[in-house]
Ligand binder design. Structure first.
Ligand code: A2P
Length: 266
C-alpha cells in the first residue's frame, strides 16, 4: 500500500518507514528489515517503539534494534503471537509495507552502562538475542573488550537459527569478521529438544560446563562484564547468580559490571 492509500493518517511525530525484507524462521519467529530515518540516532543495544498504521491510535511495542548503529537499515527480530495486539498483524508484513517508529531509542543494554573490562558475556534466551545481534556487529564492542562471549538458549533447535546465522555471518563478513576476528565466541543450547548442547544457561554457569566447553576462565567481576536479555525468569536467576559472585548491576547513569533488559513482546 502507498501512504496515500492508507486507511488512517500517519500520526504526527512518528517515522513511517518501508519494509525492505522479511525472513520467517518458524511459526513463532521472524525477522524484518526496514528503511532507517536519516535523523534516527541510537546506540547499539537500544530499543525503539514500533507500530503499524492500521488504526487511528496504533498499538506500539518495544523492539530492540537488532542491527548495529552504523547500518543504514533497521533490523528487528520478533515472535509471532496469534492474538498479540501488534504481532498478529506485524507477522504478515511484506516488503514495501509501512512500519511506524517512534523517534526516541533508549535502553540499558549498551556498552556505556558497563565499566571497562576484558571479557563481555552476552546472555540471551529466545528473542532476547536481538540487542546482541546489534552489539556483535558494533566495532566499539571489540574496541572495548578482548573477548565477546554470546550465549543463545532456546527451547528447540529451530529457534536457534537466527542466532546461528548471525554468529556465522559476524565471523564470515569481511568487515565484521576482521574486527570480531578471534574475539567472538558463540555458544548455543536448547532446553527441550535434544541437541548436542543442552541446558539452561543458569545450570551451565553453575556447573561450569559453559566455561569448560569453551575452554575459558569462570566468571570474575574483576575482568568480566555481563549483559542479559530474554525471559524474565532467566534474567532474575542469572542476576542473582551474578550478584552472589560479586557483580553489581549498572545503568546509563551508574555504569557497573552487568546490565539487563527483558526481551520485549514476550
Ligand atoms: P526451559 O525450556 O527449561 O524453560 P521461554 O521460551 O519460556 O521464554 O524460554 C526461553 C528459554 O529460556 C528456554 O530455553 C527456557 O528453558 C529458558 N529459561 C526459562 N526460564 C529460565 C530460568 N529461570 N533460568 C534459565 N533459563 C530459563
Amino acid at each position: 500500500a502507498t501512504a496515500s492509500a492508507l486507511p488512517f493518517p500517519i500520526p504526527a511525530n512518528v517515522h513511517a518507514e518501508r519494509v525492505v525484507s522479511v525472513t520467517h524462521y518458524t511459526d513463532r519467529l521472524f525477522s524484518f528489515r526496514i528503511t532507517r530515518p536519516q535523523s534516527l540516532r541510537f546506540r547499539s543495544g537500544e530499543f525503539v517503539m514500533i507500530g503499524l498504521p492500521n488504526a487511528e491510535k496504533p498499538v506500539y511495542r518495544a523492539y530492540s534494534v537488532a542491527s548495529p548503529a552504523w547500518d543504514d537499515e533497521l533490523e528487528f527480530y520478533s515472535i509471532k503471537v496469534q492474538d498479540g495486539p501488534l504481532t498478529q498483524h506485524l507477522q504478515k508484513i511484506q516488503p514495501g509495507d509501512i512500519v511506524l517508529l517512534r523517534p526516541k531509542p533508549t535502553g540499558t543494554l549498551v556498552l556505556d552502562a558497563l565499566t571497562p573490562g576484558k571479557r563481555v558475556f552476552m546472555i540471551a534466551t529466545g528473542t532476547g538475542i536481538a540487542p546482541f545481534a546489534s552489539l556483535i556487529r558494533e566495532p566499539e564492542t571489540y574496541d572495548k573488550f578482548e573477548q565477546v562471549i554470546l550465549t543463545n538458549t532456546c527451547r528447540d533447535a529451530a529457534d536457534l537459527q537466527y542466532g546461528n546465522e548471525l554468529a556465522a555471518m559476524a565471523s564470515e563478513d569481511p568487515l565484521i569478521g576482521e574486527m570480531a576476528g578471534g574475539k567472538l565466541v558463540y555458544y548455543a543450547t536448547t532446553t527441550r529438544e535434544e541437541t548436542p548442547n543442552m541446558g539452561r544457561i543458569t545450570t551451565l554457569i553453575e556447573n561450569g560446563k559453559l566455561f569448560s566447553d569453551l575452554g575459558i576462565r569462570p566468571l570474575d567481576p574483576a575482568t568480566d562484564r555481563v549483559m542479559l536479555c530474554g525471559s524474565m525468569a532467566m534474567i532474575k536467576d542469572v542476576a542473582a547468580l551474578l550478584e552472589a559472585r560479586g557483580f553489581t548491576e549498572g545503568s546509563n547513569s551508574a555504569p557497573a559490571e552487568f546490565v539487563l533488559e527483558r526481551a520485549f513482546v514476550g
